[in-house]
Design a binder for this molecule. Structure first.
Ligand code: AHR
Length: 669
């Protein structure tokens, strides 16, 4: 229903409150800095079972029997032996299923999945296995999807047979259709009662993955990413890029090529927090760099891979331990990894082996990589020392690739102050900043400024800009509520308020990515997170919706917006208000974002300078009466943005922004 909002109506909506009316001046004709297409993006790390057990749709854990405990995640019964001369060099283990010699004693292996396996009744699942009959001939494997938790009359909820023929290793596939939905299923593979059979890389995927890829992504989770319309996709971490030691850093070359031959790596989130310890958390690399690039392309985001700078995690090793860090004169293999990565993404398959591998994997066209991050949360003099030769060699060969450096793990302080000038000197194109901070930091309260210095929505107002100045990449941030109410509405509101400052400073902020992205409700190590899931369900958090609202309403250019001549950034005389405005040249809309973080409704006169008359508009409202409320698996849409149509009068329009509310006006010019 269309409505014209009058001042009287606004005051009535305000419930008789007598807060002072503020005037927000938006100059709709003074088109400011362009907003980078990368401005709002996503940051993916395999933390909280985000990859294996999450986005990566494989349902079998330890499918190649390569975990240090080779039967981790498996129950075995009968004559099962582990062997290590399998067909895949980097994953040599497999199991031999031999008959017991007794008719009633079965040989069987059963996989528990990741907190069980979520299967949907009536849907198809692709079972696959590499197998052979070592003595020749034919053997039959029976494959069951079972519910041995709720235990009906029959544990089997899906079943299929696979015939294995001959002494050579071959891949066999079969489709199995469970007859009902179950979140905690297991996969059982029975050996032939009479014939010894070897099995390796035992896998079960839903057929219905995102975009239908066989080695694909869980559809519902990938759709959440797509619906964020991210401009940039940073992967594969975070701390896992660095590794607890150099040997366990993320090595992208291990993550490409046939999945069966991608070696297992540990996942540091297995042991980082003893209060959330997950001894069965490893990286299969099934979701590897090819899949990351492909996903970037499919969700429309610029890929931003991050690579090791030859420094393993400084949190865990300090800057001193020489065995944890590669000396500058031994960095060449690490630098080659970056140069080869650029070829893998962009090179000509006829001229480069890594580009050829990309083509062989099904993507002859380049991925059009433009950015590369070198190092994550590094600090101290060792970082610029190591970074320098990377920058020199990448620049020389690929002058158009933008290099992202880091400013350490904190938003301020000694290391941060040291690194920014170093990044300038080295010529980094962007500097990655991280801040997991409380409400006061995001609001930029006077107390927070005393404690942390530069924080809140005017953080970037004072940043140097101009030729040669690196741009900002707010690469990891989230409001971590002091009261520890994870992912509640108030934390998201604080982020919305802060993000007006990112938008207002879009001339120097080129990218921003909330973190972390995903968490399994049973397997998290770190929270809050943007998207939560279990084996069958998901919900988008309030933080997710704030990211989405900014991303889909980012516009193309900043418009000047002030209150009494000042940016609206929660300054002490601004009654908890934050605001920013953009023009979208594509839709010819003026988009005004206003966040009222206060506990009173705020009457506002919107002064749309340069516009006249009535204009059709949309108002998007993100609000919850209960600040501690959050979305859950049971109530995934408890708090979601709501859109209404209205008419806005220009130049002067009176509005009232309810307490604790994020409003977005989209006004047709
Ligand atoms: O997002 C979780 C972790 O936080 C990242 O791995 C790291 O970069 C930061 O410390």
């Amino acid at each position: 229903m269309k409505k014209i909002i009058s001042l009287c109506a606004a005051l009535a909506m305000a419930g008789g409150m007598t807060a002072q009316t503020h005037t927000l001046d938006v100059n709709t004709t003074k088109v400011g800095a362009p907003i980078a297409s990368t401005m709002y993006g996503i940051f993916f790390e395999d933390i909280n079972y985000a990859a294996d057990g999450g986005l990566y749709a494989e349902l079998v854990k330890n499918r190649s029997f390569e975990f240090p405990n080779h039967f981790a995640g498996w129950d075995i019964s009968g004559q099962v032996t582990l062997k290590d001369d399998g067909p895949f060099k980097k994953n040599p283990h497999y199991v031999r299923l031999a008959p017991s010699g007794h008719r009633d004693k079965y040989t069987m292996i059963e996989n528990h999945g990741f907190f069980g396996m979520g299967v949907k009744g009536g849907q198809e699942y692709r079972f696959s296995v590499w197998a052979r009959v070592p003595d020749g001939g034919t053997a039959k494997l029976w494959v069951d999807i079972v519910d041995n938790a709720t235990m009906g009359d029959d544990q089997k909820i899906g079943n299929v047979g696979v015939e294995v023929k001959g002494k050579e290793w071959k891949k066999y596939t079969a489709i199995v259709k469970p007859n009902r939905t179950f979140a905690k299923a297991h996969l059982r593979v029975w050996g032939d009662a009479k014939v010894t059979t070897d099995v390796e890389h035992v896998s079960l995927f839903p057929v219905d993955t995102y975009k239908g890829h066989e080695n694909g992504m869980r559809k519902d989770l990938a759709e959440s990413l797509e619906q964020l319309h991210p401009g940039v996709f940073r992967f594969p971490g975070g701390c896992i890029v660095e590794g607890t030691d150099l040997a366990t850093r993320y090595q992208w070359k291990n993550s490409v090529g046939p999945v069966e031959d991608r070696p297992l790596n540990e996942n540091r989130w297995h042991y980082t927090f003893t209060h959330r310890y997950f001894p069965d958390y490893y990286q299969s690399y099934g979701l590897g760099f090819f899949e990351y690039f492909l996903l970037s392309e499919e969700i429309g985001a610029e890929p931003l891979p991050v690579v090791s700078v030859g420094l393993s995690c400084e949190f865990q090793n300090g800057a001193e331990r020489s065995d944890a860090h590669v000396p500058v004169d031994q960095l060449q293999p690490y630098i080659d990894d970056v140069l080869d990565l650029i070829e893998f993404a962009n090179g000509d398959p006829d001229k480069n082996m890594w580009a050829k591998l990309r083509a062989d994997m099904g993507h002859p066209a380049p991925f059009n990589l433009k950015y590369v991050g070198i190092g994550n949360e590094q600090w101290g003099a060792i970082y610029p020392e190591n970074l320098k030769p990377f920058v020199e060699q990448v620049r020389k060969k690929y002058p158009n690739i933008k290099i992202v450096g880091t400013s350490g793990p904190n938003s301020e302080g000694k290391d941060f102050e040291y690194l920014w000038p170093e990044m300038r000197k080295i010529g980094a194109d962007l500097v990655d900043e991280h801040y997991y901070r409380n409400e006061a930091w995001f609001l930029g309260t006077p107390d927070a400024k005393k404690r942390w210095g530069n924080c809140g929505a005017n953080r970037y107002d004072s940043y140097k800009r101009g030729k040669g100045e690196p741009k900002v990449f707010a690469g990891e941030y989230a409001c971590h509520g002091d009261g520890k109410k994870w992912n509640h509405f108030n934390a998201a509101l604080m982020e919305a308020a802060f993000m007006t400052g990112l938008e207002r400073n879009a001339d120097i902020v080129e990218m921003a990515t909330y973190a972390p992205l995903f968490a399994h409700v049973e397997g998290w190590q770190w929270r809050p997170d943007a998207i939560w899931f279990d084996n069958l369900r998901k919900f988008n958090s309030c933080a997710y919706y704030v990211q989405q609202l900014y991303s889909v309403n980012k516009g193309t250019n900043v418009l000047p917006l002030t209150m009494q001549g000042k940016p609206v950034a929660g300054n002490p005389d601004q009654d908890g208000l934050f605001a920013s405005a953009v023009l979208d040249k594509n839709t010819n809309e003026v988009i005004v974002k206003v966040v009222n973080t206060g506990d009173k409704p705020q009457p506002i006169t919107l002064n749309l300078k340069g516009m006249k008359g009535n204009h059709t508009a949309q108002l998007i409202t993100f609000h919850s009466d209960d600040l501690t409320a959050e979305n859950t698996l049971e109530e995934p849409e408890k708090i979601v943005p709501k859109t209404s149509e209205l008419t806005v009068t220009a130049p002067l329009q009176d509005i009232t922004v309810p307490a604790r509310t994020f409003y977005i006006y989209k006004i047709k010019k």
